[in-house]
Design a protein around this ligand. Sequence first.
Ligand SMILES: [Ca+2]
Ligand SMILES: [Ca+2]
Ligand SMILES: [Ca+2]
Length: 143
Amino acid sequence: MANWTKLAGATALALLLATPTVAQEAEEAVEDPVDVGAWDTDADGALSEEEFGAGFGETGAFGEWDSDDDGALSEEEYTAGYGEETDMAAFGEVDEDGDGALTEEEFGAGIYSGYDADASGIIEEPELGDVGDDMGDGGLFDV
Ligand SMILES: [Ca+2]
Ligand SMILES: [Ca+2]
Ligand SMILES: [Ca+2]
């Protein structure tokens, strides 16, 4: 009898442990479509580099492009990530310290200035629309 009670307890514990996994998967599915509007945390209708960096980091694009998982993007990984897209900043321009590898910060800053078409230091409309297109379904960073 004592053994049976112990077994039932173990089963209940196993069920308890299994539940958070299911809940977590559902949460991830809801988060899937990237809402660029939500990145604008001060709601001024524009994305600062800080707001962009935080939102872009959430997409996981950097890790997805870093195919050898060394925490940096080589020129090869950078080019492969863009694929067919040719309208991108040259690797050498993004690689600020010129060490031949892009850190996540260099990558984010490079992507940010790429969207800031008028170089005003802030991403606003219509630049914001381009960000939405690339982060959205089937976009460049829909990884
Ligand atoms: Ca803002
Ligand atoms: Ca790499
Ligand atoms: Ca570098």
